[in-house]
Write a new protein. Structure first.
Length: 228
């Protein structure tokens, strides 16, 4: 079995700590982490980077932010965009939307996968996505999806969205996995020490009743790493 952690952070690189984890996609949350992650990646062939600014930190941004993001992405063809998105529990939604669109535009321009954080703002995310042609949009990984069944259906039917899961212990999480096609499922630790990805895969295998789910999830994550 081979596992790639589809969403972690620089304070907890899980492939050094968990069995069968052969790679980790590490997402930044603020611009100060970009150089730190670049340095970590340069010494670790099993570490993959997504660069962006999380909606919790949008007020820290100044100047030609998107130019700096574009520059760092152009330095390595494997770099992706994330963690970006919207969060209704955080202030300055207008600024969040502005920054999300700028980062999405960079991802589209450079054809890079996007790692998405969304809490209570899926209506706004869908409104933004509708402004683009489906063919323009990159792969989007919805981290810890918490939207409604209706939103889930729209994302599956209309966009190239994959969904990453960590610890599965709630009925609604089981329900979501039942609804999502196997070719759109990933696993993630989100840098949480209590999330054992091997256990997550075994639970997904039981929910989907597929013995080869680990291979499917590994191939799904490999597609993300190759931007499609």
């Amino acid at each position: 079995m081979k596992i790639i952690d589809a969403h972690s952070h620089i304070d907890y690189i899980t492939h050094n700590l968990q069995p069968d984890v052969v790679g980790t996609i590490c997402c930044t949350t603020n611009e100060a982490e970009w150089t730190v992650l670049q340095n970590q990646i340069s010494g670790d062939k099993n570490l993959y980077g997504a660069f962006g600014v999380h909606p919790w930190f949008v007020t820290d941004i100044n100047g030609d932010f998107e130019k700096r993001l574009e520059c760092i992405l152009e330095s390595n063809d494997s770099f992706m965009v994330g963690e970006i998105g919207l969060d209704k529990h955080k202030p300055d939604m207008d600024k969040q939307i502005e920054l999300f669109q700028k980062q999405l535009d960079v991802a589209i321009k450079l054809k890079r996968a996007v790692f998405l954080h969304c809490v209570g703002a899926w209506d706004k995310i869908l409104h933004i996505l509708k402004q683009y042609k489906k063919s323009e949009l990159p792969i989007i990984v919805a981290h810890a999806f918490n939207g409604s069944d209706e939103i889930l259906k729209k994302l599956i039917e209309n966009y190239n969205v994959l969904f990453s899961f960590g610890k599965i212990d709630k009925p609604q999480e089981i329900n979501r996995i039942q609804q999502i096609p196997t070719d759109k499922i990933l696993v993630e630790s989100d840098a949480k020490p209590d999330v054992i990805l091997l256990d997550t895969i075994n639970k997904i295998s039981n929910i989907k009743n597929k013995s080869d789910i680990s291979d499917i999830i590994y191939n799904n994550t490999s597609k993300v790493l190759n931007n499609g």
